[in-house]
Design a protein around this ligand. Structure first.
Ligand code: CAA
Length: 388
């Protein structure tokens, strides 16, 4: 593995950095306050080629890898974790359909997502099925019909990022008996009769990002919208989450870097007792630890991405990157608030927002307890799944 960014990686990072400077920084604090998401920014990111980085070029992706994808997500997260997560979540249907979709499914859904024309979502969790995703209860019952077989879906999903603005939602529902093997994956389309949005969560951070309850009342999903075979849905979700965890870890790297940059600049200019506070060992040691944690996080992310890009097992390494980078982001952002003192606790500076963003990253796409469970379990008895 080479530590130096390739030319294309540097170009992509620069593009994303410029986008953040011009499009996100001017609006992020106000939009966070007003809980306002701007879908047009996703279209603009698509126009720059940043919404389908790991997807093949014939499907309007960039035909690159997760090493590039992770770098772009990091830059976006310096601006706003909500937009980084939006791109990452729109990436989940793309990853799933690229791997498991039929040719018709790929052609129908991926190009609009990869080009930023459409937003995607991923709906797995329920009130009684969070970490224990395999216990989900939303039901999908197959009906045979001369005009085409279809499933009738009923249930309520929770924590579905941007479901209300998504055109394509990957839905996990139960077609069989209890447990993971009874779960199947489907493609839900915006506007399907019976697909309704429930409450939008009021959260402690990531106000820009819409977190939705999704209500399914007798939604008819044509059989051609099922992904892979009946009973494959849990595996489909897990394989996608393995990759998703790399992007959540990259989001954490961006959030942490944003906070460190603010803290460092403040420490160099804020004077107390006649000198910049960065010259006090108590502060400089904090900055040193923050920078070290940040670099370790990025290296774990890049290792997991490299393994994935090179077709090697990466499930354990993705979980390690996710748990380490998000825990590190929590520590780094909390210390950034501390370095700014009273100012850090106000909304005059972005560090309190970064701290609230870091918190949710320890929870989403598998809590950090679940990541440790995955790492520990794979250490003790390595699984022979596709990402293991
Ligand atoms: N890759 C491929 N297959 C996998 C896999 C992986 N990473 N992980 C599990 N599987 C397979 C197993 O091999 C097994 O198949 P076989 O029986 O054929 O061997 C099957 O899936 C069941 O696996 P487990 O027995 O390990 O299942 P479990 O019930 O013990 O659950 C778990 C394991 C790791 C705890 C899993 O439930 C999990 O990851 N939970 C967290 C869920 C999560 O991350 N939720 C967040 C969703 S994000 C969201 O909803 C919001 C959004 O907007 C994105």
């Amino acid at each position: 593995m080479n530590f130096e960014a390739t030319e294309i990686q540097s170009q992509l990072s620069d593009l994303a950095k410029k986008f953040v400077r011009n499009e996100i920084f001017p609006v992020v604090e106000n939009d966070e306050h007003e809980e306002k998401f701007r879908p047009e920014l996703i279209q603009k990111l698509g126009d720059l080629g940043l919404t389908g980085i790991p997807v093949s070029e014939d499907l309007e992706g960039a035909g690159l890898g997760y090493q590039e994808y992770a770098r772009v997500i990091e830059e976006l997260a310096v601006g706003s974790a909500a937009y980084a997560v939006s791109v990452a979540v729109t990436g989940l249907p793309q990853a799933i359909l690229s791997k498991y979709g039929t040719e018709a499914q790929k052609k129908k859904y991926i190009p609009r997502l990869a080009s930023g024309k459409a937003i995607g979502a991923f709906s797995l969790s329920e009130a009684g099925a969070g970490s224990d995703a395999g216990s989900l209860r939303t039901s999908a019952v197959l009906h045979r019909s001369p005009s085409g077989d279809y499933y009738v879906v009923n249930g309520t999903k929770l924590w579905t990022t941007q479901a209300d603005i998504a055109e394509t939602i990957i839905l996990m529902a139960r077609t069989g008996g209890p447990g993971p093997k009874g779960v199947s994956a489907f493609i839900l389309e915006k506007g399907m009769p019976g697909l309704k949005m429930g409450k939008r969560e009021k959260k402690m951070g990531m106000g820009i990002s819409h977190t939705m309850e999704v209500v399914l009342e007798n939604v008819k999903i044509p059989i051609e919208n099922r992904i892979s075979d009946e009973g494959d849905g849990f595996k489909v979700a897990m394989v996608a989450l393995d990759s998703g965890r790399i992007t959540i870890a990259s989001t954490a790297v961006g959030v942490a870097r944003g906070a460190l940059e603010v803290a460092l600049s403040h420490a160099k200019t804020r004077e107390q007792f006649g000198k910049p506070i960065s010259e006090f060992q108590g502060v400089s040691f904090m900055l040193a630890d923050m920078a070290t944690l940040l670099d370790c996080s990025r290296m774990l992310v890049q290792r997991a991405a490299w393994l994935k890009d090179n077709g090697k097992p990466f499930s354990t390494e993705a979980a390690m990157a996710k748990v380490f980078a998000t825990d590190a982001a929590m520590k780094i952002t909390t210390d950034a608030v501390q370095i700014l003192g009273g100012s850090g606790y106000t909304q005059e500076f972005p560090v309190e927002r970064y701290m609230r963003e870091a918190k949710v990253l320890q929870i989403v796409e598998g809590t950090n307890q679940i990541q440790r469970h995955v790492i520990g379990r794979n250490l003790v008895s390595p699984r022979t799944g596709s990402n293991s």
